[in-house]
Ligand binder design. Structure first.
Ligand SMILES: Nc1ncnc2c1ncn2[C@@H]1O[C@H](COP(=O)(O)OP(=O)(O)OP(=O)(O)O)[C@@H](O)[C@H]1O
Length: 302
């Protein structure tokens, strides 16, 4: 059985339909992403899954529980990353951890968690004195203090600088390595590509597609491009004979080969067979952004 099952979820705010029809399922141990532009309905979806909002229609099961009917049971297995603004400015890092640990019968050791998120040196700092990245890391530690089977992380790298973002990605991978299933909301394509085993693309409250990042990109069937400067003249026919190659273009001393499948290995192997070295080799592959554009006609990027 899947750990999280969402079927035909529907949620409206007054007369605005935020989630129109969202279905997906998440297996134990997965990092599952919900990716979409601002206002797509991502947060509303995970708030319904986390029991923080009541759905208007459709079904949700989390480890067999209905998040709305069995909120106490859900709290024992699901930790949602809190919006950091919910903490008081003067609370110290260790006090927040200690307070949240007191909500659970068998909490994790919060000292170990602070170590995991790299906040031990800041344990006596007040919330007001933490940087944006430190606040985000504290919110992740607070979500984990109840030893959840599932962690819901919503836009956890928004507003972070590139280094802090990469640190956060490593933290998410460490949490999963610990056996926690992760439901991750993001609008960063790079984050989804790096972290998610599978993800669902949402736009306008509806699921556009669900697959692995590579599967979503491949389904769109975009060409890859391999460019290089050959060490000696190349007979284009050698490359055009490869099933992966669709076209070969020359641009000065550079050759640009486009096609699909395992294009780069096929091209380099064929060149090697003729003792040709592809200098300054560059591979441009389609991204999730391209997939989103092809599926919706819109750009996903910030
Ligand atoms: N409490 C609310 N009351 C009324 N409308 C809301 C409320 N919360 C969200 N909405 C609206 O519902 C739609 C979906 O919002 P939601 O926050 O779920 O999207 P999102 O994909 O998470 O976007 P973002 O990345 O901007 O948070 C948006 O149009 C938003 O303005």
């Amino acid at each position: 059985m899947e750990l999280i099952e969402v079927t035909n979820l529907r949620k409206r705010y007054k007369d605005h339909v935020a989630v129109e029809d969202v279905s997906f399922s998440v297996g134990e141990g997965e990092i599952f992403g919900i990716l979409g532009p601002n206002g797509a309905g991502k947060t509303t979806t995970v708030e319904c899954v986390s029991g923080l909002r009541r759905r208007d229609g459709g079904g949700i099961r989390v480890a067999g529980l209905d998040p709305h009917r069995d909120r106490a049971g859900l709290r024992r297995i699901l930790g949602a990353q809190l919006q950091s603004s919910q903490l008081h400015d003067q609370i110290k890092v260790w006090e927040a951890m200690d307070l949240y640990a007191s909500f659970y019968p068998q909490p994790a050791d919060w000292r170990t968690l602070l170590d995991l998120v790299g906040l031990t040196p800041k344990r006596n700092a007040t919330f007001a004195k933490l940087s944006g990245g430190q606040r985000q890391r504290l919110s992740v530690a607070l979500a984990l203090v109840g030893r959840p089977r599932i962690a819901v992380l919503d836009e956890l790298t928004t507003g972070l600088d590139p280094q802090a973002r990469r640190d956060m990605w490593e933290l998410v991978e460490a949490i999963r390595a610990d056996g926690v299933t992760i439901l991750l909301v993001t609008h960063f394509m790079e984050e989804a590509e790096r972290l998610c085993d599978r993800l669902t693309l949402i736009d306008g409250g509806k699921v556009i597609a669900t697959d692995s990042p590579a599967g979503l990109v491949a389904a769109v069937g975009q060409d890859q491009r391999v460019s290089f400067r050959p060490s000696k003249p190349v007979d284009e026919a050698i490359l055009l004979a490869l099933p992966e190659v669709r076209a070969v273009e020359r641009s000065g001393a550079q050759l640009v080969v486009s096609g699909t499948g395992n294009l780069a290995p096929a091209v380099t192997l064929a060149l090697a067979g003729h003792q040709i070295v592809p200098n300054d080799l560059r591979i441009d592959q389609a991204t999730l952004d391209d997939a989103f554009l092809a599926l919706t006609g819109k750009k996903l990027a910030e």
